[in-house]
Ligand binder design. Structure first.
Ligand SMILES: C[C@H](N)C(=O)N[C@@H](CCC(=O)O)C(=O)O
Ligand SMILES: [Mg+2]
Length: 369
């Protein structure tokens, strides 16, 4: 099982409706697919999206980092030297977390194939079914109400409401959505860093007064404003979740120890893959802090890996935000994890269980076109 080749492809899927947050608007799921081949004919699949405003990584930087820095250190290593491969990936360079994540996902796929187990069983086992929330993009109130009603009619019972571009309008958005569907769905908010700490406390007071009950508020303030996260967490009873502030295990430890978050959102593109996501799960388990497993606006290869991790670490990963694949018009990946609206079903195929991928556009010379 020696690694012989690492190559790249592009996989694009148009979205059903534009994905809009306080930070960006996206119309397509577009992933770099990383294919790791071994001398016994196996292929491991990994993938990563471009998220320049979140991770700093773009399709070009992901390919460049893997092609010129990381891949040369992996060629010739055997999958049986699993920990050595993971160390090389993590120590190869500073940053470039999405590149490391895509590679790690492919390596974990190969490792579980070598063990002849689905990844979630190789990681310790768990239930093969998960239920995800769905994201309601930030828009005018009428559009958000229409989207919320549609989501509920499709069977989603947890809505992740994107806000954060106008504090007063945000409060009106949340009140209107809660009034319309608050008895049918759990409401979580994602501010994507759009408020200040004081604005967050003000918003929670206004929403409390209006009788709005929220499950949690995700990343209300700027990613580096850890004092702001702490200020809010200490003052409101609604649980506060860290997303953009929580990339590395060290950051998570520090957020928890300083009382700056009640919940941690784990995403493979932030943690540079599965190995550090497991470290974060361990830290959270130690401190009895719940986690969410999240994803970027990305397709079903990377999100499948996150689903396997969530299944295996259900001891601490209690909340699921893995809706990336169902926001697309179709899923080009066959076999593996089935994403059907709110229901996620892991297959018992080895590794990620991927059988085929439609519409892969191979990138000759590893250049993003
Ligand atoms: C897609 C998922 N539900 C989500 O909202 N993820 C991110 C933003 C992803 C992106 O901009 O690509 C989040 O902030 O939680
Ligand atoms: Mg978020």
């Amino acid at each position: 099982m020696k690694i012989t080749k690492i190559s790249f492809a592009k996989l694009a899927v148009p979205l059903i409706t534009p994905f809009k947050t306080a930070m960006r608007t996206v119309n397509h799921i577009e992933d770099v697919v990383v294919l790791v081949e071994t001398d016994d004919g196996q292929v491991g699949y990994g993938a990563a999206p471009s998220t320049p405003v979140i991770t700093g990584d773009t399709h070009g930087s992901i390919i460049h980092a893997i092609k010129t820095v990381i891949a040369p250190q992996l060629i010739g290593l055997s999958i049986t030297d699993f920990n050595q491969i993971l160390l090389r990936i993590q120590q190869s360079m500073v940053g470039n977390n999405s590149a490391k994540a895509a590679l790690e996902i492919a390596i974990y796929d190969l490792w579980a194939k070598w063990l002849n187990l689905p990844l979630y069983k190789a990681l310790g086992g768990g239930k093969p079914q998960l239920t995800t929330d769905v994201t309601i993009s930030v828009n005018d109130v009428e559009q958000m109400l229409e989207d919320a009603h549609r989501a509920i009619n499709q069977g989603f019972d947890v809505l992740k409401i994107k806000i954060g571009n106008d504090i007063h309008l945000d409060i009106e958005r949340v009140k209107a959505i809660y009034q319309a569907v608050g008895d049918k769905a759990l409401i979580r908010l994602d501010v994507n860093q759009g408020w200040t700490a004081k604005q967050t406390v003000f918003a929670v007071e206004q929403l409390d007064k209006a009788g709005v009950q929220l499950e949690l508020i995700e990343q209300p303030v700027q990613l580096n404003d850890i004092e702001g996260m702490r200020y809010v967490t200490q003052r409101v009873s609604t649980p506060i979740m860290a997303d953009e502030s929580a990339f590395s295990p060290k950051q998570v430890l520090s957020l928890i120890q300083s009382g700056a978050a009640d919940i941690i959102n784990i995403k493979l593109m932030k943690t540079a893959g599965i190995s550090q996501a497991l470290q974060i799960a361990d830290i959270c388990q130690m401190y009895k802090v719940e986690c969410m497993i999240g994803c970027m606006l990305e397709g079903s290869i990377g999100v499948a890996a996150a689903a396997h991790l969530a299944s295996a670490r259900a001891d601490v990963i209690c909340k699921i935000d893995l809706d990336g694949p169902v926001l697309g018009q179709y899923d080009p990946v066959k076999g593996g994890v089935n994403f059907n609206r709110a229901q996620i079903l892991l297959s018992d195929g080895a590794g990620l269980g991927i059988e085929s991928i439609q519409g892969l556009e191979y990138l000759t010379n590893g250049v993003w076109k």
